[in-house]
Structures are given as structure tokens and as C-alpha cells.
Design a protein around this ligand. Structure first.
Ligand SMILES: [Fe+2]
Length: 218
């Protein structure tokens, strides 16, 4: 697991470096607007350290995804279903999440605030809650939100959601979390029974790899 994340992180930085090199090659200086990952991380860190971190970080993410072409240039065009770790500390995690076409991830919580910004494609979020007095932490659906390119949506720390990419192309999203996304004790819910279990990060990664295999086969 650790190696996987480290590899993804290194790949993202490497691609950014290559893109930077291309952007400053002198061939063309027009349309050079580029998503600067280091600057974005610095802005998220500053915003999350200030008052009302959730709201501030949403504004940073909204500004970033308002120029999807710049993010595609800076992070690279999505090519496969994956989760790239862009930044990770004890109080902030930033991920580049690429959803395969039609891919669905089971209901889960984060136990920390989050901001989701879409820079290509779509995300459909279903929101859930534990049925009061229900057995096994069983869920009921309480809402939904359709996110499109340029949307930046805040999620409260008690949110339980599932995510579907409803379209036939890869969806790219920047996810920012107000904590250690990988270290937090969290729950996921069985998609068939909707009963609660312990979050299994390795299982989630397998879902991304399975979705990627289907995407490549398709
Ligand atoms: Fe989530």
C-alpha cells in the first residue's frame, strides 16, 4: 500500500515536472495558464490553517477547477482509473481521483471535512445516514448531488456518501480532506446489505484496479 501511494505521488510530480518543462520550452508562450501543484498545495495549507478552513479550502478548489484546461495541463490528462496522492500530512490530504466510466464506490464516511472539485467529467453523489435504531448501522439514502466539471462541493465531517461516475469517460476530481485520510478510522457499508463495516483501503484500491481493467478491456 505504502509503495503504491508513494509511486502514485512520485508519478504525479514527475508528470508535473515534464509539463512544466514543456510549458517553458519557449515554443509558445500563449495559453500557458498552468495549474501549479506546489502553489495549490500551499494555498490549501494556508486556507486549512485559517478560520473556517472548510469554506476557505472550497474557495481554493473552486478557483482551481474554474480552469479545467489548466489542471489537465498541470496534472496530465486522465488515462486510467486511479488515486494519486498529491499531498499528505496529519491534518491535510490532497488526492487526484480518476473514476473509471460507470464506476461506483460503496457508501463510506471520512470522519473529516472534505472538498471535491471536478475538473473533467461528472460525479454523482448519494448521501446516506444510519437508520435511527437500525441494525448493524444500516443506511438509508437521504439525498443526492450531481457534480459537473467546475463544481467544487464541500462535505461535512459526518457525511456518508457513495460516488458514481455516470458517464462513458474518465472523470477527474481533486479531493481535499481536512485530516489524515489514510490514518483515520472509518467505515464503509456493504453495497448489497447497506450494513456497516470497517473501511478497507486495500479493497477500495482493488475496486479502482478492477474498474481500470474493465476500462482497458472496453
Ligand atoms: Fe468519499
Amino acid at each position: 500500500m505504502g509503495d503504491y501511494w508513494t509511486h502514485q505521488c512520485r508519478t504525479a510530480y514527475l508528470e508535473q515536472g515534464v509539463n512544466r518543462a514543456l510549458g517553458t520550452s519557449g515554443v509558445s508562450r500563449k495559453d500557458v495558464t498552468m495549474f501549479d501543484l506546489d502553489q495549490f498545495i500551499a494555498e490549501c495549507r494556508a486556507a486549512s490553517a485559517a478560520d473556517r478552513p472548510h469554506k476557505n479550502v472550497r474557495e481554493v478548489v473552486a478557483r482551481a477547477v474554474s480552469d479545467p484546461a489548466a489542471i489537465l495541463k498541470g496534472l496530465g490528462e486522465p488515462r486510467r482509473s486511479e488515486v494519486q496522492k498529491l499531498y499528505h500530512s496529519s491534518d491535510l490530504t490532497i488526492l487526484n481521483v480518476i473514476w473509471a466510466p460507470r464506476m461506483t464506490i460503496m457508501p463510506h464516511n471520512h470522519q473529516m471535512w472534505a472538498v471535491i472539485g471536478i475538473y473533467t467529467g461528472r460525479e454523482d453523489n448519494i448521501f446516506w445516514r444510519r437508520i435511527p435504531g437500525g441494525h448493524g448501522g444500516k443506511l438509508e439514502a437521504v439525498g443526492a448531488r450531481a457534480l459537473s466539471t467546475k463544481d467544487a462541493d464541500p462535505l461535512g465531517e459526518n457525511i456518508i456518501h457513495s460516488v458514481t461516475n455516470p458517464i462513458a469517460q474518465l472523470t477527474g476530481a481533486i479531493h481535499v480532506y481536512g485530516g489524515d485520510f489514510f490514518g483515520a478510522e472509518r467505515s464503509e457499508w456493504d453495497p448489497e446489505t447497506l450494513e456497516e463495516g470497517r473501511y478497507d483501503a486495500a479493497k477500495t484500491m482493488r475496486l479502482f484496479e478492477e474498474a481500470n481493467a474493465l476500462y482497458r478491456a472496453g
